[in-house]
Write a protein that binds this ligand. Structure first.
Ligand code: HAM
Length: 415
């Protein structure tokens, strides 16, 4: 038997209602905030991601599905949307006649990570990007949108963590101080952090290793190195969240795994998830558009993992898996009924009903059992006497009540 690739998952019919539930709420919320959907190809030229996410990040270094196509071009399956979306925004001049560009997306993404609960190699993200506003109101708007979405899904048990990485000057001052501090402790760092020390020291703050954690605890905090502009931005974001009643926790070691961020960064975490407890994350990325060759424009956004949302909703028993959509099951146990059965099915479908026909030529009894199993509200039964009178029997599967209806009247019957 050929198995699916490790870290990928089929979304089976029994689970699809969960996806539809989330997708409907996404469409509803994004519409209320006037965000427009965008869909970009699932693969891009590799440089779209290597130049934006950062050469020294785990994503670019270890996790990208990169290959040379038959023409010799280096292609990468998208590990995230932000960089690819910005490529599209620049290429299609989407910021031209618009003051603030608001976009959302939902689709599959690919990262070669070690699979575990809530961590896949093909996973799905929903995300939004708000482009061309440098102001804290934009940061607040997308956090409010995320919060609305989470609440509308029925999730209350979560924490919003925020931090500021400041502007480039603040970050560079901080980086120097952090390297100074870590140099003293370098020999005690985990192997992974030792190598990050050379390439991307800020990422050490994100380490889950206990040795690193005890060192990080006393490390200088970026918040203490924010210059006036950066502090002002962060204060405003916090004030806007306070005044709109959004609860958050300041997490001074939150740095995120992608290099394009500045100023506000944030993550949504839930204790219902286990080790992979972040179900969403984002932040401001003011330099990215210019870095990818566009006209300088600030931006802020976030993305959420749909599989992780489903794990949370599953643990809250939000989904009712037994719900049946079938209105009519048609029982026709003799060849002479088949054409009329199909005709009636089509008439009912034209009236928007959900109809199932037996396609196995089973016995009457077996078809009745099947009708029961299908959860159909009504069963239409073909029987000798009734058929001779140009009628069928309609059985209400809940009450057991049966009534004879003339075939020509089915269209006008109120069920
Ligand atoms: P990210 O934190 O890398 O951010 O991913 C966002 C979310 O995607 C995570 O919080 C998680 O729920 C989900 N996710 C990531 N990797 C996996 C995986 N291997 N399996 C399952 N779920 C996963 C970004 O991707 C940024 N582009 C977010 C952003 C948008 N920043 C600004 N705009």
């Amino acid at each position: 038997m050929i198995q699916a690739v490790r870290g990928t998952k089929d979304i089976l019919p029994v689970d699809i209602t969960k996806w539809h539930y989330i997708e409907n709420i996404i469409r509803n919320i994004t519409e209320r905030y006037n965000y427009k959907e965008i869909r970009t190809p699932i693969f891009e030229k590799t440089e779209v991601f290597s130049r934006s996410i950062g050469e020294n990040t785990d994503i670019v270094n270890k996790e990208m599905y990169t290959f040379n196509d038959k023409g010799g071009d280096s292609i990468t399956l998208r590990p995230e949307q932000t960089a690819a979306l910005i490529r599209s925004v620049i290429q299609n001049n989407l910021t031209n006649d618009i003051s603030t560009l608001r976009l959302w997306y939902l689709g599959p993404y690919f990262r070669y990570e070690r699979p575990q609960k809530g961590r896949l190699r093909q996973f799905h993200q929903f995300g939004v990007e708000c482009i061309a506003s440098p102001n804290p109101e934009a940061d607040a708007e997308i956090i409010l949108l995320a919060n609305q979405l989470i609440k509308n899904l029925g999730i209350n048990d979560y924490e919003l963590q925020i931090n500021s990485l400041g502007n480039e000057i603040s970050r560079s001052n901080y980086r120097n101080k952090l390297v100074e501090y870590l140099t003293i402790h370098k020999n005690d760092l985990s192997e992974e952090s030792k190598s990050r020390f050379e390439t991307n020291p800020l990422r050490i703050l994100d380490s889950k290793d206990d040795r690193d954690k005890s060192i990080i605890k006393n490390a200088p905090k970026i918040i203490d190195f924010l210059d006036e502009e950066s502090s002002k931005h962060f204060e405003s974001v916090k004030n806007l969240l306070d005044s709109t009643g959004v609860k958050y926790k300041i997490e001074s070691d939150l740095v995120r795994g992608l290099d394009y961020y500045c100023h506000t960064v944030f993550e949504f975490r839930s204790s219902l998830l286990g080790a992979q407890d972040a179900f969403g994350g984002g932040g401001r990325y003011d330099g990215l558009i210019k870095q990818l060759g566009g006209k300088d424009a600030p931006a802020v956004g976030f993305a959420m993992g749909v599989e992780r949302l489903i794990l949370i909703l599953d643990s809250l028993n939000v989904f009712n898996s037994n719900e049946s959509k079938c209105d009519f099951f048609i029982v026709s146990s003799n060849e002479k009924y088949y054409s009329t059965a199909l005709l009636i099915s089509e008439e009912l479908r034209n009236l928007n009903y959900n109809v199932i026909n037996d396609l196995q030529r089973k016995s009457f009894k077996a078809q009745m059992r099947e009708a029961d199993k299908s959860g159909a509200k009504f069963c239409i039964i073909f029987a000798e006497d009734e058929f001779n009178r140009n009628s069928i029997l309609v059985k209400n599967m809940k009450t057991g009540e049966q009534s004879e209806i003339k075939i020509e009247n089915i269209k006008n019957t109120k069920f």
